[in-house]
Design a protein around this ligand. Structure first.
Ligand SMILES: C[S@@+](CC[C@H](N)C(=O)[O-])C[C@H]1O[C@@H](n2cnc3c(N)ncnc32)[C@H](O)[C@@H]1O
Length: 307
């Protein structure tokens, strides 16, 4: 379990790179709700949000983490959507949201609960059209995923948004991503945000030992036969560039549309925040958010290196 850099009990620092990631997540989620509630005849929108690597919800500066960002945006976006509807003489819309929050560390989940409950209580009066229920889990995401999937299935949720903000690159198997996005029981509208520490993976990849290499790439479902692209490359830079493209091409198969955003952590390694969707409109809206944040053009140059 990778938890370095996040000591929630002592108070975690919110670094600039995480702030940028949160800004993109917040702006996209607001747009997502606006688009999904735009049908004037629609009286209710139901969705499930799964924050699989939730953290405690607050940084030591008081800034919100991803679970609180979801709650804040549900409330403020719904208010804006209904104001806009009223202005056009339309009826209001309600949102029913199931929030599933998981962190591997039980004390972190307890902290999250203590941050969410007062916020939800305060919203009950102000946003009567918002109906939120929260399920908290505390376990390794891969272990908890079958129970999460069961909740979503039993609740008949057709719209599901996952935020898989892992610290490294081994917390989610590629088969799990495929199950969420393309599995026979996956919700018709599923989208996934997925953080992946690409440089952490590349740093330790073995170019000399093919057996070790195939073990290192096993959780991504990359077979030895897929590694032909790495053969015959003489310089280390070319080999790393090819390995990075191989990982990206593999992840790209998990959904119809995959939009990457490469983030440099000045105190650590470069990582990706990937958005997976099967709906073209979702990809368009996400790319617009990236563009507005000056991020769209940074990806895909040499070796996929980013900002
Ligand atoms: C990058 S932080 C999450 C930050 C949070 N999404 C936010 O925006 O504030 C990663 C979190 O994942 C938790 N974690 C680490 N390994 C995990 C695993 N295998 N399954 C679930 N949670 C895990 C850590 O305890 C840590 O709180």
């Amino acid at each position: 379990m990778k938890t370095e850099g996040y000591n929630w009990t002592k108070g975690a620092d919110l670094d600039d790179h995480s702030r940028r990631k949160h800004k993109v997540l917040r702006e996209y989620f607001r747009q997502y709700l606006t688009v999904r509630c735009q049908n004037p005849h629609q009286a209710k929108f139901r969705l499930a949000i799964v924050d699989g690597f939730s953290g405690s919800g607050r940084y030591n500066c008081g800034a919100p983490g991803s679970p609180i960002i979801f709650i804040e945006e549900l409330s403020s976006a719904l208010e804006e959507i209904n104001l806009n509807r009223a202005g056009r003489g339309l009826g209001t819309i309600e949102i029913e949201a199931l929030l599933i929050f998981n962190d591997a560390i039980p004390s972190v989940t307890d902290m999250l609960r203590s941050h969410c409950e007062p916020l939800l209580a305060s919203l009950k009066d102000s946003t009567q059209k918002l109906h939120v229920s929260i399920c908290y889990f505390s376990g390794e995401f891969e272990t908890v995923y079958p129970r999460i999937k069961d909740l979503i299935l039993k609740g008949h949720y057709r719209s599901v948004l996952y935020n898989l903000d892992q610290y490294g690159h081994t917390g989610v198997n590629i088969s799990t991503l495929q199950d969420m996005l393309r599995g026979p029981l996956s919700a018709p509208s599923t989208e996934v945000f997925y953080t992946f520490a690409i440089e952490g993976l590349l740093t330790y990849l073995s170019g000399r030992n093919p057996m070790l290499l195939s073990r290192q790439l096993g959780h991504l479902g990359i077979e030895p036969s897929n590694m032909k692209a790495l053969e015959g490359l003489l310089s280390k830079t070319a080999w790393l560039g090819a390995a990075e493209r191989l990982v990206y091409e593999t992840l790209k198969n998990c959904a119809l549309y995959v939009s990457p955003f490469s983030i440099r952590n000045p105190n650590g390694w470069r990582y990706w925040m990937l958005h997976f969707a099967n709906n073209y409109r979702a990809r368009q809206v996400y790319n617009d958010v990236l563009h507005d944040n000056g991020q769209l053009d940074h990806f895909g140059r040499s070796g996929l290196a980013g900002c």
